[in-house]
Design a protein around this ligand. Sequence first.
Ligand code: CS2
Length: 542
Amino acid sequence: MLERLNTESLARLPADVEKPAYDRSRLTPGIVHLGLGAFHRAHQAVVTDMAMAASQDLSWGILGVSLRSPATRDALAPQDGLYTLALRDHDADGQPREQLRVVGAVQRVMVAEEDPNAVLERIAYPQTRIVSLTITEKGYCHEPATGHLRWDDPDILHDLENPIRPRSAIGMLVYGLALRRERGLPALTLLSCDNLQANGDTLRSLVLAFALRLDVALTGWIDAHCTFPNSMVDRIVPATRDEDRARITQRLGMEDAWPVVGEPYLNWVIEDKFAAGRPAWEAAGVTFVANAAPYERLKLRMVNGPHSALAYLGALLGIETIREAAILPALRAYLDDMMRHEIAPTLKGIPDSGLEGYRQRFLARVDNPALPQPTRQVAMDGSQKLPQRLLATIRDRLRGGDDIRRLALAVAAWLHYLRGEDENGASHAIQDPLARPLARLVARADVAARAAAPKQAAYRRALVLAGYRPVFGDLGEKPVFVAALAAQLETLREHGVLHALEAVAREPEAIVPSDSLALADAMDAADADAAAQPREAAGVGM
Ligand code: CS2
């Protein structure tokens, strides 16, 4: 039986595996991290590990909090928090290569659901100076289109009534900060590392909105003393597979039950406004800036937008991994055109040469045979992702009266994916916090399309779908968007993904539906109808 990776076995690791270059017994926990998934363990934790090794400031140990599942805690406790990060790519001959590093920054793991009060205590612990978050987009309990807190979210409703046992990250932060203030402890930094535009500002407004329902003085204290830097993190981290665990264990010569895999590329940009200090992350390649907004916009639009497009179009074709989708010539050409002609022009202020390199690098990153990432993993939670990845770009394009057909195809692919089956008839579950209202929406759109005259059916369907305000906001009121969506959705429905990709690759005239006059008629008729119909309520149920 193999020994387990832990403090005691660390010294026996093979020489080609990097190890924590500091005395772990001297670590003190300066960071509480909410959402200890693979993403955090493959970026912030390893960057903190490297920063502590470089600076020997060992006051930045991480106390990791899993919000619900005990799996990470159960795996990491016998390993004293140690785990392996495997960075994978391929050499010039296409052979996979892998660099292993055992990360020592995570000191302890807690499970919030088991003992939420212990998390509040930790936020209110004197040594805690940063609370960071990777809770995914849906963890913010906000309405995707507006960023406002959803007061009808069951966890938020629960947390307003339960100060000692909060379930949402927002509830935990606010009650933890309240305890801190009560105890006369200094304020701290709340650092969001999720893929949201203005993630720090968004977190700040959600925390303040929740706090205001409880206590005006607390709200004032948080506002005056805590900081919420915006940040952009970029590293592709697929879910770890059994074969990754087996291979890494074999290379270590000891068992690691909970390693993570990622690409070598890492880019982390943070606004340098920390209320109570920070690790020397710059020693590990982090860029500190005064304003992260341009970096966030660039990444969300040029990395995550195309990533989602690949996921939905690929999944509809029955393709399992992002890489297999990315090397399909028609999809690759589409991505390339979309990034060059529709996304890059919305990223003003970034020099062309930089953008060109960025685009090429993204295409190379997704073409990584050593790091298969399921299309369905990226396809998850589309309602939470689309606004900042694709819809914001579409809004900018519409303002300039510019072509949006490729972006509209990506959005149409999401809506088509929501039907729950691919082009071969294989079914997939819709994993999305709004799965239920979205299923009702798709059914309503079908009914509307069936009730319409044949020539108006496509527009009618798109009008109902784009009228879903929690995701689309007021975009559904823009006939040019609805018409573009109608055209793409119809092509997907009638002819499939490959035909849609060919159609958008042709000249603009050729992609306007052959029956464009009928479409214009349909737009008029459907607009009149829409004005008479109630819209989907802004508040969204689960
Ligand atoms: C992906 C991201 O799963 C997804 O939605 O688009 O996790 C992506 O891999 C990272 O943001 C890359 O930095």
